[in-house]
Design a protein around this ligand. Sequence first.
Ligand SMILES: N[C@@H](CCC(=O)N[C@@H](CS)C(=O)NCC(=O)O)C(=O)O
Length: 244
Amino acid sequence: MKLFYSPFHTFIHKVLVTAHEAGLWDDITFVPAYPFKNRDGEDQGDAYSFAALNPLDKVPTLALDSGQVIYGSQAVAECLDSMSKTGKHLFPSTGPARWDAITRLALADTMFETTVMLVMEGWQPEKEQRIEFFEWIWPKIIRGCDQLEVACKKGFDQFDIGQASMLHAISYMDFRVKFYEAKDPLHPEFDVFAGRPNLKAWWEESIQRPSVTSHYNKDFEGDDSAAFLQKNVQEVLAAQEANA
Ligand SMILES: N[C@@H](CCC(=O)N[C@@H](CS)C(=O)NCC(=O)O)C(=O)O
């Protein structure tokens, strides 16, 4: 199977964590995609587009050997988890543990996505940035972090998809500052762990997991050319045709 994703390993990817926890790492061809290169025409024009597989042209996108394509990170994660070879599952099957895990998944995913929105707003020239936009988003992120502190204080019975998403969201907050040098008018020096000791302790323990160390802060070393991406897109289309 092929995973089209952003090869920036300076933040933790929930779908990579899920793939690793499921023992599927070696079954995956990792296909770097750069969706923002498509959007702004930067160097490559549409060379990195994989809209032939996913009309939204968004990462992550998973293509099974049958040619079936799954997108939406929650769907990708659930699909990978369902194929687990380790017997471990990040999605509890049912009941309160499942609702808790997928609610934290929704919370942390939305925190991640709203952080991406802050970054994109920060790309605007400083005087065109909308302060009301930051004022709208920040309370959500702060209340979300407080909720995660409560969850970590209570503790977890096992590592679940909600925690994979928490790792993704929290690591991206750091990435936002380090990578984009975010010029945030409200919280330029935001520290997610300040006043949240349980979240910090959980983070420090969780980033030791092999599913995190497998990629976090390691350079992507494979082929990240547009030609490689397009070759893989063609292979998926051929599999779809063969199985039609
Ligand atoms: N809700 C989607 C969001 C995916 C998403 O927005 N990915 C971004 C990168 S963080 C992307 O591919 N953006 C390119 C675009 O929107 O054109 C998911 O969870 O998979």
